[in-house]
Design a binder for this molecule. Sequence first.
Ligand code: ATP
Ligand code: MG
Ligand code: MG
Length: 347
Amino acid sequence: GRTIGILGGGQLGRMMAVSAAQLGYRCIAYAPEGDNVVSDVCDDIFTNKWDDAAAVAAFAAQCDAVTWEFENVPVATAALIPDDRIFPHPRALETAQDRLNEKRFVEGLGGRPAAYARIDSRADLEAAIDTLGAPGILKTRRDGYDGKGQWRIGSDRDAQGLNLLDMPLIYEAFVEFEAEFSVILVRGQDGEIRFWDSTRNSHDHGILATSSLPAGEAIAAQVDEARELARQVADALRYVGVLTLEFFATRNGPVFNEMAPRVHNSGHWTIEGAATSQFENHIRAVAGLPLGSTATVARSVTMTNIIGSDILETEQWLGQPDTHLHDYGKAEVRDGRKMGHVTKLER
Ligand code: ATP
Ligand code: MG
Ligand code: MG
């Protein structure tokens, strides 16, 4: 059989399934959250809970290979799937799901994150502000995305006014960066690694707004060092598939922000802008096929996210040359929700 199982039911899974279909694979999805956007591209959707071991086993039994599109798949769920059938290995989830683990792991490989401190109490936060200073950012160690679960701390007065959550946190010094960029790579089952060009990423209220090429001087000068770290991370995890590391370009070189053990929003431009997209190469790696070229095929590329109700006004994009609209087909429009994206090229 030629079936790929996808854990998670969001837009990343949707775009993976489209690429898989092109390569002659059918996909099924395991998507416990109700509002999935994979039902029109996957043959079957398991809506069982993450901890339903029998359902996970039945799902995996139908698949030649299983992967994930959601970085918060419980490690215990991924671990139920035989090691030779799940790619990447669940150790990548384990490393990346906790910001403290992730930073320690990357530091161990020579990476440099922003100065940070582990926060388990108000006293920890006060001590951290004393030693690392303010401004800084307080983040939940787990489950944050799109800037959710983070608070900008301008001064120790801000910290006093804050109702500290009863969950493990981390405090990071604020990085005065020149630009943000990501390194996206694919690693095959034989250990071969290929990198896409690094885009300049701009954020709005903690949510990715645009990714563009060329990325500019500040980023171009730091990409090699950032790639070297990403390669170390991928090799250490014996990673298979697409892996993303986010960086700040600073006057003192690349500062590691976070990693995502999956295809990434800042790589959506590769669908039209690269010889092989991140989704296609992810499926190739997971299925054990040879990797495709990651070369950029345009002079310039801009990917713009469509957030919330902007998805109701997409005609403006459809009239523009070499401009490609992706509507994820989400049933419910919500403020701050990623509803689609558009990629504009200049060849
Ligand atoms: P994602 O959706 O990328 O997973 P996330 O919720 O995990 O986002 P981060 O990547 O940690 O959040 O932060 C979101 C954005 O906030 C960053 O891209 C950056 O613009 C800003 N930011 C985060 N940490 C810092 C920092 N220490 N200094 C300066 N800016 C920061
Ligand atoms: Mg994140
Ligand atoms: Mg991020």
